[in-house]
Write a protein that binds this ligand. Sequence first.
Ligand SMILES: Nc1ncnc2c1ncn2[C@@H]1O[C@H](COP(=O)(O)OP(=O)(O)OP(=O)(O)O)[C@@H](O)[C@H]1O
Ligand SMILES: [Mg+2]
Length: 277
Amino acid sequence: MDCGLPTSPSSSRFGAFSGDRSGGAAFHVDGVGFAYDGAHPVFRSLALSARPGEFVALLGPSGCGKTTLLNLLSGFLPPDSGRITIDGETVTPEMLALGYVFQSPQLFPWLDVLDNVRFGLRMAGRLPDADQRDKAMAALALVGLEAAAGKFPHQLSGGMQQRVALARALVLEPRLLLMDEPFAALDAITRATLNEELLRLCGQLGQTVLFITHDVEEAVFLADRVVLLGIAPAGIHSELTIDLPRPRRLRETRRLQRFTTLTDTLLERISAIVAAA
Ligand SMILES: Nc1ncnc2c1ncn2[C@@H]1O[C@H](COP(=O)(O)OP(=O)(O)OP(=O)(O)O)[C@@H](O)[C@H]1O
Ligand SMILES: [Mg+2]
């Protein structure tokens, strides 16, 4: 995705993300079937792909399998049938190409912000301490939180905590970012700000994103393509290309007639899915 936004001064200052980033990964979900033990299948033969750098939003009624799909894509759940690949390789939980952001930030309360962000680098143990610190600071700069490096999670607002969670995922320079309703618990203003920030970061870093949300407007504002899941085990109901211009700013984009047309189309489709259930 080319967001066409300028590189922020904070990221170029540290430079830790400018030289060695490798852009986005392609993923392919091919004929995937999955059921939790002893339960009805969630998917029978699911197929979904994304091209490198694409921003895909996933919408669908509660229980249709959005989080399950994310867990399959991350390798935490093995499919019963079919295959899932990232850049051609069968997915495993250890894949370094993956980053996650969940609905709640899930920070370690006993670690300060810098150490929360640095945690994954420490576990990987591939970088000297000073480099880990520089990279963690660069990730915090990307989300505008350098000044909070020494604070503890309880000293931060919900929006700041979610930014730290985003920095913690970005510090590993994932080529595929999996986000499960990451801003759902935030107030509307913080959410709008984080949506714009996320687009700026994606424009800068170029990773592929799979973003789950229940909010149709959020999906349309962010995505290149919206994928709508039907009631399990139906899998994909339909897809919609979001042909809105980039860079996007919430206030301007929302005013476009095309934005309204796209959100209305999706709302009608969701109503049809729920009515048929
Ligand atoms: N660990 C589990 N064990 C058994 N069944 C599960 C488990 N997790 C989810 N399910 C079931 O699998 C189906 C899909 O669940 P999933 O969490 O993927 O839905 P979702 O689309 O993310 O829903 P929501 O929008 O409410 O988050 C549901 O019927 C759910 O009850
Ligand atoms: Mg879910």
